[in-house]
Design a protein around this ligand. Structure first.
Ligand code: EPZ
Length: 420
C-alpha cells in the first residue's frame, strides 16, 4: 500500500493549476443518464472517485472513454438499473444514480451507501422527495428498490435540511418528470448550480438557479440533448493549496480558480493576517508576520465549507493564540484531531467544537489518513512539522486530489510517494 513521506520546514513558491471539481464532476457524470446523445465533459479531475463512477456507469451498460481529463459518456445502451453494493460501498456518491435511473427507467435498485468516517450520512431526504414525486420505495437486503409505476410527477418539495447530493438527485429526477417541480431549501453550492446550468442549457427550463428555490419544468420522459460541459474548478482543492502556502508562510499562486467560490475561506485567511491578491482566474497568497487565531463555524454555501474544516484546523495550530472550530454539518468530522495530536498539536474536543491552542511546534510522525479531507490536513501539518512525516492509507487522498505529490513538489515541497 502507498504512503507519503514528507520532510517538513521547506518554503513553497510558484504556481499550481487547480483541477476540475470532483463534487461537480460526479453529479454531471450521473446526469449523462438523462441524455439521448453522447455527452462530452472536459476538465474532469483524474481522481479515484471519478474512475469509480465511470466504472459504475459502464456496469450499467454505458459506453465511456476517459483520457486527458476529458470523458465521453454514451448511456444510450444502458441495460441495467442496478447500482450494486461492491461499487456503492467504495463511493457514497454512487447514490447520485438514484434520481436519474428512476426518472428515466421508472425503476432501479441502488445499494444503500451506508455511513462513512465522518458521520452516519442518511439519505432519508432523497427518498422522501422521490416519494412525493410518486415513487414507491422499499428497502430490501441493503438495497433501495425504487419504482415509479406511473412515472415521476412534478411536485412541490421542501427539504427539511439542506442536502447537496439530495438536491442534485431530485433536480435530475425532476428534469424528466411529468410536470413542473418547485424545490425549496435547495443547496446553493457551485456544484449544484453548474448541474442546473447544464440541464437548463440542455432543454430543461429551470428558474431560480443559484437561489434556494428552483422551478423545474420536466420533459415528461423525453431524453435530453446535452451541451458540452467543462467542469468548474475545485474550490476545496484550491483552498487546500492556499492553506499549504499559508502554513509554510510562503507566497504561492493558484491558477484556474473562480475566486467568487472561495469568498468564505479567503475572508478567514485575510482575518488570520495573510495577503490575498485576486485576478479573474487566480489567487495569490502572501505571508504574514504573525498568524492570528480565528473562529470558524462550518455551514452550507456560501458560508465556510465543512470540506475545509480539517485543513484550517492544521493551519490554526500555527496561529499565535487559540482558535475555535465548530463543525455543524457532520457529527464525526474530527478524525484528524488525534492524528494531528500525534504530531504535537494541542487540540481539545467537546461535542462539535474543537479548541485549537496555537503556536505549537509540530514534529514529524507516522500518521494515518482516515477520510479524504482529514488526510489533506495531515499533509499540511507535515509541510510545517520538523523532520519526516509518513502518511499511511493515502487511498483516501487519491479519492479527491489529482497528483497531489506532483503539484506540491512543483511548489518546492519535499514529498515522495512510496510503497509499504
Ligand atoms: C456533499 O455530501 C459532498 N459530497 C461532501 O463532500 C460535503 O462535505 C457535503 O456535501 C456538505 O457540503 C459530494 O458532493 C459528492 P449533505 P452530501 O447531504 O451530499 C444530512 C468531500 O469531502 N442529511 O449535504 O452527502 C447529513 O447527515 C465530501 O468531497 C440528512 O440528514 O452531504 C449532513 O448532516 C465529504 N438526510 C447534512 O445533511 C439526507 O437525506 C449535509 O449533508 C441527506 C443529508
Amino acid at each position: 500500500m502507498d504512503y507519503l513521506e514528507i520532510k517538513g520546514g521547506k518554503k513553497l513558491k510558484g504556481e499550481v493549476v487547480i483541477s476540475g471539481a470532483k463534487n461537480a464532476a460526479l453529479p454531471l457524470l450521473t446526469s449523462t443518464l438523462l441524455s439521448k446523445t453522447p455527452v462530452h465533459i472536459s476538465n474532469i479531475p483524474d481522481v479515484a472517485d471519478v474512475k469509480t463512477l465511470l466504472q459504475l456507469l459502464q456496469n450499467l451498460g454505458a459506453k465511456q472513454t476517459f483520457e486527458n481529463n476529458k470523458a465521453i459518456v454514451d448511456t444510450s445502451g444502458v441495460n441495467s438499473t442496478c447500482a450494486n453494493y461492491d461499487i456503492v460501498r467504495k463511493m457514497r456518491a454512487s447514490i447520485l444514480t438514484l434520481g436519474p435511473l428512476l426518472t428515466r427507467f421508472g425503476h432501479c435498485e441502488v445499494s444503500l451507501p451506508g455511513g462513512c468516517a465522518i458521520g452516519q450520512r442518511p439519505i432519508d431526504l432523497h427518498l422522501k422527495a422521490l416519494e412525493q414525486m410518486g415513487a414507491v420505495i422499499d428497502i430490501r437486503q441493503g438495497y433501495i428498490v425504487a419504482t415509479a409505476p406511473k412515472a415521476l410527477k412534478g411536485a412541490n418539495i421542501l427539504f427539511d435540511k439542506i442536502t447537496v447530493t439530495g438536491s442534485e438527485n431530485i433536480i435530475m429526477a425532476a428534469a424528466l418528470a411529468h410536470g413542473t417541480s418547485v424545490l425549496s431549501n435547495v443547496a446553493k453550492e457551485p456544484e449544484v448550480v453548474q448541474l442546473c446550468e447544464i440541464l437548463n442549457a440542455s432543454g430543461v427550463p429551470i428558474k431560480g438557479i443559484g437561489t434556494d428555490e428552483l422551478e423545474i419544468e420536466g420533459s415528461c420522459g423525453k431524453l435530453l440533448n446535452f451541451v458540452d460541459i467543462s467542469v468548474i474548478p475545485d474550490r476545496i482543492e484550491a483552498g487546500t493549496y492556499l492553506c499549504a502556502g499559508a502554513i509554510t508562510n510562503s507566497t504561492i499562486t493558484i491558477k484556474n480558480v473562480l475566486s467568487e467560490h472561495l469568498k468564505a475561506l479567503l475572508s478567514k485567511l485575510a482575518a488570520m493576517g495573510f495577503g490575498i491578491e485576486k485576478t479573474s482566474d487566480s489567487v495569490t497568497i502572501t505571508p504574514c508576520g504573525t498568524i492570528l487565531p480565528v473562529d470558524i463555524e462550518t455551514i452550507e454555501y456560501p458560508g465556510f465549507p465543512t470540506d475545509m474544516q480539517a485543513q484550517f484546523m492544521a493551519l490554526c495550530t500555527q496561529a499565535e493564540g487559540t482558535s475555535l472550530i465548530d463543525e455543524r454539518l457532520f457529527e464525526n468530522r474530527f478524525m484528524h484531531v488525534s492524528e494531528l495530536s500525534r504530531m504535537g498539536a494541542d487540540i481539545k474536543l467537546t461535542s462539535h467544537t474543537a479548541t485549537v491552542y496555537g503556536a505549537t511546534k509540530l514534529t514529524g510522525a507516522d500518521v494515518m489518513a482516515t477520510d479524504l479531507r482529514a488526510s489533506s490536513a495531515l499533509v499540511l501539518a507535515a509541510l510545517v512539522a520538523q523532520g519526516k512525516t509518513r502518511i499511511h492509507r493515502i487511498y483516501h487522498l487519491d479519492r479527491g486530489y489529482e497528483n497531489l505529490e506532483g503539484k506540491l513538489s512543483l511548489l518546492g515541497a519535499d514529498i515522495k510517494r512510496l510503497s509499504e
